[in-house]
Write a protein of this length. Structure first.
Length: 89
C-alpha cells in the first residue's frame, strides 16, 4: 500500500488539473505561453501519476483496469474482475 500522503497529493493535483483545464485550453489555443507559465505547475496534466485504485501503487500500472499488476493478479485469481479468465493453451 502506498503512503496515504502520496495518494492524497495525486488527488489534489487532479483537482487542480480539472480546475484549470478550460483556461489552459484557451491559453494554448491563443498561443499565450506567458499566460500558461503563470498558472500553477500542478495545473499541467503531465504532473499526474497513474496510481492503482486499490493499493495506490504507481509502478506496473495497467491502464485498462486502472490497477497495478499485483492487485490485478490477486483479484483476477479470485474471479472478481468480470471477463477475465486464466489463460491456458
Amino acid at each position: 500500500m502506498a503512503k496515504k500522503s502520496w495518494i492524497e497529493r495525486n488527488k489534489r493535483k487532479q483537482k487542480t488539473v480539472d480546475k484549470y483545464a478550460k483556461l489552459r485550453a484557451e491559453l494554448k489555443a491563443q498561443g499565450d505561453y506567458v499566460g500558461l507559465s503563470l498558472l500553477p505547475r500542478d495545473a499541467s496534466p503531465t504532473r499526474l501519476v497513474n496510481r492503482c485504485e486499490v493499493s495506490g501503487r504507481r509502478r506496473a500500472f495497467l491502464r485498462r483496469f486502472r490497477m497495478s499488476r499485483i492487485t490485478f493478479r490477486e483479484l483476477a485469481s479470485q474471479g472478481l474482475i468480470p471477463g477475465v479468465t486464466k489463460s491456458s493453451w
